[in-house]
Write a protein that binds this ligand. Structure first.
Ligand code: MGD
Ligand code: MGD
Ligand code: SF4
Ligand code: MO
Length: 701
């Protein structure tokens, strides 16, 4: 007799937190569909969800630790691997000091409760200042702006898309990315609902994206120049007396300072630099104020640019000044079932900036991390505290960080490297040891972070679907085993506690301490999740600044902003990135169902720019920056602004020597071979991927 059953869980691949319904027959997956009863996603999923099965069954996935011996990989036992890694780390630290060991944590870390809960103890045990993560090629400016304005690195306001009437979107493509720092499964429906209630979505992007296509208005903007557009909107607020800053509550400081701050940033001036017509800027400012409920939202495109932190500061200001902050339909703060904000710091993190700097380039840390753009030079530059050993977990920085080629070279000169990864990829292939964890369907799941960034208050726990194969280990077990070996002293309390320290045990404590009367048992009884209600106003009680004020004009930001250049600089061609629906950063190209079809690693170029360079559709072209050049096919289009070219990231598997077989036919090239580790957002050190100057020409031969 065959047994048929359904398993419900949350997809762990991205921030959207979609509920899945997995039909099993005799414990074999028959189908993966959206869970219609999921209270958050209501049946929505994207094509990546079904690829979870491919990861589970992928014969290329690593399941046992491997060690490189004379260039060959050999399997070793977990105990031997842990001892080897811990001993090598200790050896390097004894010889060169604690900072000689660096650690990078990649994107899947935040989608994995075990890594979230157990990696911080491991990082502490390393006692190194060389801590890096994907944050500094992603959202760091958004978090830094939040830290300075609201006092905590993790109090990032989220657009209340479910209730807004005017959604101004800059540098985000939620129809494809499914929302970021705005967990909102089912974006297409949410946008439809917004429009059905008479609301408008306006998209500001150098490319007419899928999101821009369904928007009520799309505004082309020159890459990296959003700061001028945003400042001009605020200029209009003051100039046209659309707002009265004195009406803002007394718990906001810096009002006086702001009053005259934006005088110079007229729409005329902004048009000159960012390419958006002054009338459009004026209309946008007026429409934003006229809407009953409006919210301005910016993501990757405005984070990964030269003025990322300014952009996010201005976005917050637009919401605050227009009286759309901490209000229904505006920018709001979720209240998650596990209060990770307090868990990170009850007192706030305002002071966690520039407490130390990177050795070579003298860039400031944020919240204990250095910008990953300095990682390669910290490995390559001789001297005291040069990085000699590297731990890379859940990441592929050779493909995902600026000038990844240089990092690839730097990794080859290390004394020791370990990757905690399920694949042999472009980065892990340089390691001496790879520790591969159980993942996906083999893990339990609770979104510690993204419930705190979601458009409604929800909570859901997913048990593992399948038991990992005998002998496999979870990320948290790997971190725990390494921490134990690295710590000099373990207290008696710790010793007694250690056996109980498991993700579900800690999650239950977090839930019990949280703001709702729920615990793990209750979550287990609600396999479609629990709806904890719409977002509610939380201010001023949710401020973490030392003076308990919301800082409209944070001192360091204002100081730098005053030096902002108002000169128009002409650039012939600049580069931006792009994400595709069937991709997930650098690591899902081994799934045939995702990668099949036409080659998507192309350079988008506007008709006029192609014509003047005699480039035809499909021609192999060379895209060159000061850092290097890559060859890829041209895709000629009018959906991109003249003067802008776009290349997706996460490709470049060709010379990896990895087993990503399917990808080899679609290997593509890495955009990050031509991005620039010196081109950064000054304040945060975040990589500026948007606006890199390039030359494009038809490849000869
Ligand atoms: N030019 C350009 N560069 C970019 C971007 C861009 O838009 N343009 N985007 C940036 C952004 S937003 C991000 S987040 C980064 C992402 O870059 P990274 O975080 O460096 O890398 P990913 O491509 O996400 O690779 C994740 C790795 O984790 C492994 N993995 C998957 N699941 C697990 C697990 O459960 N445990 C462990 N231990 N490993 C696992 C995968 O095999 C893969 O090797 O790229 C950034 N780089
Ligand atoms: N399918 C898919 N979904 C994903 C991912 C994936 O790889 N694939 N990655 C996940 C991750 S890690 C993240 S961080 C999120 C990112 O989520 P999003 O930020 O929504 O995704 P992106 O596609 O990077 O969108 C950035 C947009 O900014 C535009 N842009 C580029 N430069 C500029 C600029 O200077 N100004 C303005 N105004 N716009 C600009 C680009 O054209 C693009 O449309 O997506 C997540 N979801
Ligand atoms: S949108 Fe994200 S969470 Fe939803 S199914 Fe796709 S990858 Fe999974
Ligand atoms: Mo990201």
């Amino acid at each position: 007799m065959s047994t048929i059953k359904a398993h419900y869980r949350t997809c762990n691949l991205c921030e959207a937190m979609c509920g899945l319904e997995i039909q099993l027959e005799n414990n074999e997956i028959q189908s993966i569909k959206g869970d219609k009863k999921d209270l958050f996603s209501k049946g929505f999923i994207c094509p990546k969800a079904t690829a979870l099965q491919d990861i589970y069954t992928d014969p290329d996935r690593l399941k046992k630790p491997i060690k490189k011996v004379n260039g060959e990989w050999i399997e070793i036992s977990w105990a031997a691997a842990y001892d080897l890694v811990a001993n090598e780390i200790k050896k390097v630290q004894k010889k060169y000091g604690h900072d000689a060991v660096a650690a990078y944590q990649g994107n899947p870390t935040v989608h994995n409760i075990g890594s979230m809960l157990f990696s911080s103890d491991f990082l502490r045990a390393l006692k190194t200042n060389n801590k890096y993560s994907a944050s500094s090629v992603d959202q760091l400016p958004q978090q830094l702006a939040a830290q300075w304005m609201f006092g905590h690195i993790f109090t990032v306001p989220i657009p209340d898309i479910n209730h807004t009437d005017y959604f101004l979107v800059l540098g985000a493509n939620p129809l494809i990315s499914n929302g970021s720092l705005m967990s909102a499964a089912g974006m297409p429906n949410r946008i439809k609902e917004l429009q059905a209630r008479g609301g408008k979505m306006v998209v500001v992007d150098p490319r007419k994206t899928k999101t821009a296509e369904i928007a009520d208005q799309h505004i082309f903007i020159k890459p990296g120049k959003d700061v001028y557009f945003l400042a001009a909107i605020i200029h209009e607020f003051f100039e046209k007396k659309l707002i009265d800053i004195n009406n803002l509550p007394e718990w906001m400081s810096g009002k006086k300072e702001l009053q005259s701050f934006f005088i110079e940033f007229s729409p005329e001036k902004a048009e000159d630099i960012c390419g958006v017509k002054k009338e459009i800027i004026e209309q946008t400012a007026v429409a934003f104020i006229a809407a009953d409920k409006a919210v301005c939202y910016g993501r990757m495109g405005v984070s990964t640019q030269e003025y990322g932190t300014f952009c996010h500061w201005l976005i917050n200001l637009i919401n605050i000044l227009s009286n759309n902050f901490d209000k229904q339909g505006g920018a709001m703060f979720p209240k998650a079932a596990v209060d990770v904000v307090s868990f990170i710091s009850k007192k706030g993190t305002e002071h966690r900036y520039d407490r130390f700097r990177s050795r070579v380039r003298d860039l400031p840390e944020t919240n204990g991390e250095l910008p990953v753009a300095v990682l390669a030079e910290e490995m390559l530059t001789p001297g005291k505290n040069q990085i000699k050993a590297f731990i890379c977990s859940s990441g592929n920085p050779v493909l995902s960080t600026p000038n990844g080629k240089q990092l690839n070279k730097a990794l080859q000169g290390l004394d020791f490297m370990v990757s905690i990864d399920i694949y042999l990829n472009e980065t892990s292939q340089q390691a001496d040891v790879i520790l591969p964890p159980a993942t996906g369907f083999e893990t339990e799941h609770y979104d510690l972070f993204f419930n705190n960034l979601a458009v409604s208050n929800v909570a859901k726990y997913s048990p593992p679907l399948f038991k990992p194969e005998v002998g496999m280990r979870y990320d948290w077990q790997i971190f725990k085993a390494l921490t134990k070996r690295l710590k000099k002293k373990i207290s008696l309390v710790e010793k007694l506690l250690i056996p109980f320290l498991k993700p579900s045990f800690m999650l239950n404590i977090g839930l019990n301490k949280g703001p709702y009367p729920i615990n793990l048992k209750k979550l287990k009884n609600n396999p479609h999740g629990m709806d904890l209600g719409p977002l509610q106003p939380r201010m001023p009680g949710y401020l973490f600044t030392r003076d308990k004020k919301l800082h409209l004009a944070p001192a360091l930001l204002v100081k730098q902003f005053k030096q902002l250049n108002l000169e128009h600089k002409s650039q012939e061609l600049v580069l931006i990135g792009r994400r595709e629906l069937r991709s997930n950063n650098s690591w899902m190209h081994n799934s045939y169902r995702l990668i099949k079809g036409k080659n998507r690693c192309t350079v988008l170029i506007h008709n006029e720019d192609a014509e003047s360079r005699k480039i035809m559709e499909g021609d192999l072209v060379e895209v060159k920056s000061t850092k290097g050049s890559i060859l890829l096919p041209a895709e000629i289009t009018d959906i991109i602004m003249p003067g802008v070219v776009s290349i997706p990231h996460g490709y470049g598997h060709g010379d990896s020597g990895t087993k990503l077989d399917v990808a080899n036919a679609h290997a593509g090239v890495s955009i990050n071979d031509i991005t620039d580790e010196g081109f950064l957002d000054t304040l945060s050190g975040n990589a500026a991927f948007s606006g890199v100057e390039v030359e494009v020409k038809k490849s000869i031969g």
